[in-house]
Ligand binder design. Sequence first.
Ligand SMILES: NC(=O)c1ccc[n+]([C@@H]2O[C@H](COP(=O)([O-])OP(=O)(O)OC[C@H]3O[C@@H](n4cnc5c(N)ncnc54)[C@H](O)[C@@H]3O)[C@@H](O)[C@H]2O)c1
Length: 397
Amino acid sequence: MKKFSLLGTGLIGSFYAMSLHGQRRRDVIHNVCSIPAESAKEFAHKWNIPKYTTSMKEAIEDPETDIVIVALPNYLHKEAILMACRAKRHVLCTKPLAMNAAEAKEVLDAVEKAGVFHGYLEDLVYTPKTLKAIEMVKNGSCGRILWTRSREAHSGPHSAWFWDKKQSGGGALVDMGCHCIEIGRSFIGKDIKPVEVMCWAETQVKPIEAEDHAIALVKYENGAVSQVEVSWNFRGGMDLRDEVSGTEGTIRLDHWLRTGFEMFTTGSTDKYVSEKTESDAGWLFPVGDEVHALGYPHMFTDMLDSLEQNKMPKETFYDGYVVNAIIDACYKSAATKKWEPVELIGWRGKEGISSSVELIEFDETHFLIKKEKMPDGKIKLMLKEKSTGNIIQKLIN
Ligand SMILES: NC(=O)c1ccc[n+]([C@@H]2O[C@H](COP(=O)([O-])OP(=O)(O)OC[C@H]3O[C@@H](n4cnc5c(N)ncnc54)[C@H](O)[C@@H]3O)[C@@H](O)[C@H]2O)c1
């Protein structure tokens, strides 16, 4: 059994508590920190947590604590992580790891120097559907991955600090683009280097300095592209979707709005339906088990198993740093309106991968472009002549 000090009792602190205490689990939150004291006390009471405090230091330095979970607003992640390093506590941090890549590198260096276990709590690569999809991609079912699309959109976040760039580090990109980027990396291969990005980011609707809508393309060294779509202006709930396209297959995942669970109600139920649902009458899209649909239980299982087995979890602070570096490049590109390089200090994956097209041999004189069965049952072939480069078609019965 491991004991956690949980810092922050807001939306994500609640999801973490539901995941860790909601069913019959082995590991427990035994100290919780939040302000004001009343919120910490209420949370402790609700989740049967023996200690609560308003002092981060006290929660981190609690002698019974094995692991600190950082579930605080973005501007406090660095302070909390550095404090955990000084106290030699293992530390798990929610997304985004930091406000920007420089901060992310600082906390990555700090955990590595302190020799503590570190995990980046990117839940959306741990949803049961995503875990299975990644396994299918890794076993070659989709061939070479060419393109991924990850979309997260809703009507905007639930606390004031998210909307203030000085406290969050940015808008929808830093808040939700971090998920989409890591999902793209997970399908394309986390050892494949992200090289450059093109990004559009605007403040379309909300009276804020940060962007409330953004679309980015992240180009990888092997030629794959990951498309990232985020919005705080999307109406009708939370749109959480991923797509993968490879030379041999395609995957489509819908995590929230069209999962197969749809219900209609004429009257206002005045009850919570699911995260970011905007209506409680009409056609609704409830989610059966939110914490599993969002990946939290599998994420904590990987973190705790890895700690016990003395290995790295699937998501580490290094991954958090790569994600922050890609986001920094997105902001640069949105300003310059050009492709901008992803600047990474100390890339740990593969180098020098080719993005050239693999030719499919048809016969001695042709490469195969495509084969299609036509309505009359005949097969049409598109071929390229090796000697001339001419493209021809051939009909076979
Ligand atoms: N899917 C996800 O992984 C996911 C989802 C939502 C939020 N998050 C991340 O979790 C973090 C928190 O977001 P949230 O939605 O829970 O925010 P929130 O506003 O709902 O909660 C923030 C919590 O931090 C506490 N807090 C703030 N300042 C504090 C201080 N000085 N000392 C102690 N406690 C303090 C508040 O009391 C509150 O309990 C952010 O980094 C956010 O990006 C992750």
